[in-house]
Design a protein around this ligand. Structure first.
Ligand SMILES: [Zn+2]
Length: 316
């Protein structure tokens, strides 16, 4: 993988290349933008270019020992720190600081990528801040985040921000074509993934086609208020113990209802616009409850019941 193989982030890449050419590389960066658009790939490519033994025109050679080890994620001087149990803990930062104290071996710059940097705790943020304020020489930090606003300003203000943008439809289509040849699946992924190929890949791995068919078959059954159907759907849906999968299915509900609002001519269920709006709201509220860590099964059961009862004007 080299710079030119990363699609849709030419502006960010150009900025980083310019930093190298003008000798303006600083010690701390913040790579921001929605998940799944190549921030970590670019971070690794940047680090590779900085440490390559024979770079050419700001491209890494892909052959030297540093390029090879970084490509395989095996370089001892390139650390990718990811959250454990959904947080970046103070222990992880203390380990990083122990590593920081050692002189870099066989590289020009010792590098630390901190992925999902929004998952610092207050304690680990403050601990990390000390390293950020006075980093040793020949060290670079790249904080990667999709939720910059959650990170303490004392941290973000010490980093040079590089913004990453969602991919345009056509750029996304080019990437997704390698993963699925079916036009309807491509359209669904492009509409649902808001310019994030990473999210599209995740949804494919979660078997989006199967779940979309399920959602499409469940909705008319729920609206008919047949209790037997309700129990069958509830049995399959509310027992899913995978939050990522559930959130994807909720996106599919949302997508299906919204598509009828946007394209009334395709409204095969003949639902009134006011009812569709209520259905969208039911899905949004369920998503919020899940983010607030309400019991998953309960939240989904309530959602199915509310969908069944949506024609009741008293709702909402
Ligand atoms: Zn190289």
């Amino acid at each position: 993988m080299s710079w030119d193989k990363i699609k849709g982030q030419e502006k960010a890449i150009e900025r980083l290349k310019t930093e190298i050419v003008n000798d303006k590389v600083t010690q701390s960066y913040l790579f921001s933008g929605i998940e799944g658009i190549g921030k970590k790939l670019v971070a690794l490519e940047f680090i590779k270019t900085l440490n390559c033994h024979s770079p050419y025109l700001n491209l890494s050679c892909e052959n030297c020992i540093n390029c090879n080890k970084i490509n395989k994620h095996l370089h001892p001087e390139v650390t990718i720190l990811t959250p454990l149990n959904n947080i970046i803990s103070i222990e992880q930062i203390r380990n990083l600081q122990r590593n920081l104290a050692l002189k870099p071996l066989n590289v020009k710059i010792k590098s630390f990528i901190i992925d999902e940097a929004e998952k610092f705790t207050l304690e680990s943020s403050n601990c990390f801040l000390k390293s950020l304020e006075e980093p040793p020489e020949k060290v670079i930090f790249i904080l990667v985040t999709s939720k910059k606003s959650v990170i303490l300003p004392t941290i973000t203000s010490r980093c040079k921000e590089i913004k990453f943008i969602p991919l345009f439809k056509e750029e996304q289509r080019k990437i997704l074509k390698d993963w699925s040849s079916k036009e309807d699946v491509l359209e669904l992924l492009i509409d649902l993934c808001e310019g994030s190929p990473g999210r599209a890949k995740k949804y494919l791995n979660l078997n989006i086609t199967y779940w979309f068919q399920q959602v499409v078959s469940w909705i008319p059954k729920l609206l008919k208020k047949n209790l037997e159907d309700f129990h069958k759907i509830s049995q399959e849906f509310t027992t899913l113990n995978d939050q990522e999968l559930v959130l994807m299915i909720l996106d599919l509900f949302f997508y299906y209802f919204s598509s009828f609002i946007l394209r009334p001519e395709k409204n095969i269920l003949s639902l009134r616009k006011s009812v569709l709006k209520r259905l969208v709201k039911i899905v949004e509220q369920t998503k919020q409850k899940i983010y607030q860590k309400v019991n998953l099964t309960l939240a989904l059961e309530v959602m199915l019941l509310n969908i069944m009862d949506v024609e009741n004007e008293q709702y909402c």
